[in-house]
Design a protein around this ligand. Structure first.
Ligand SMILES: [Zn+2]
Length: 70
């Protein structure tokens, strides 16, 4: 069974994308994780929704990962 390797992220994580948002911001907070990944721009507060695949392609790195609770 082929399993797609994905970056382990969860809501609350801060991520950096390869390209800046038009507002100039690089850092985003993950606001939704699923088939689509919701991101909120740190600089302007805009929200975007990317497919999981698009997100993986644009991701530069995870800046700060939320500690799992429990
Ligand atoms: Zn922005």
């Amino acid at each position: 069974m082929a399993f797609i390797r994905v970056t382990p992220i969860q809501v609350g994580d801060v991520v950096r994308l390869r390209k800046p948002h038009p507002c100039g911001g690089y850092d985003w907070t993950v606001v939704r994780v699923g088939a689509d990944v919701g991101l909120k721009c740190h600089t302007c507060g805009r929200r975007v929704l990317l497919t999981r695949r698009e997100f993986e392609r644009r991701l530069e790195k995870v800046v700060s990962a939320t500690q799992p609770t429990g």
